[in-house]
Design a protein around this ligand. Sequence first.
Ligand SMILES: CC(C)(COP(=O)(O)OP(=O)(O)OC[C@H]1O[C@@H](n2cnc3c(N)ncnc32)[C@H](O)[C@@H]1OP(=O)(O)O)[C@@H](O)C(=O)NCCC(=O)NCCS
Length: 200
Amino acid sequence: MKRSALAVGSMLALAALIRRACSNELFLDYLLNTVVNKIPFPTTRLALYRAAGMRIGHNSNIMMHVRVMSPHGIEIGDNCIIGEFVWLDGRAVRVGEGPGLKIGNNVNVGANTIPGGHLPDSADFFGLPEKTVVEDNVWITMNCTILYGLTVGEGAVVSAASLVNKDVAPYTMVGGVPARYLKDRARDLDYKLYNRERWI
Ligand SMILES: CC(C)(COP(=O)(O)OP(=O)(O)OC[C@H]1O[C@@H](n2cnc3c(N)ncnc32)[C@H](O)[C@@H]1OP(=O)(O)O)[C@@H](O)C(=O)NCCC(=O)NCCS
């Protein structure tokens, strides 16, 4: 009884700290990427991501060890699975309206998938990421890199270890470095990715 009260108390304290940290973007990212992403309880983790400003739909899960930047710029729909060690980068929220990273419903992002990095021609090397959209029913498999500013169309599949440097057309499968069209995907998809009990 005492132990569970202590656990609840620590989580509430962490949630309060996260809400206060929302005005300090770097400290907030630090808390999310050193503490929150190591919590082995999906419900608690998701509550803390929401407290940090991330919009997450019903029955979606962000697995452990995911790296998050600018959570208030990230929107994730219903029934999504974001795999281990994926990077979610919402920093492009600073460019115009809407989220910096928008992920639709029923999207599966495989482990280790990351966004594009620096802009080589920016004067300070840093650059600002552009908005990225991943539409409903997309499957991005393991170890992919999705450069900034792109749309992965509804129902598309990005096969393993691909580098996506152009928009991906709906219901197509792409693959390779850089990713090229491989084949069409069936359009009569009928699945939901609600797996929270099975995936930590
Ligand atoms: C997406 C995937 C499931 C497609 O499998 P599939 O429908 O059976 O496709 P095929 O194996 O028939 O491949 C079709 C073509 O695409 C090519 N291809 C497949 N994956 C590729 C890749 N990652 N990069 C480049 N080409 C690829 C194949 O060589 C084949 O080309 P060919 O017709 O010239 O021989 C599979 O490619 C894949 O990436 N699996 C990884 C799954 C994964 O990461 N799971 C864990 C995360 S949830």
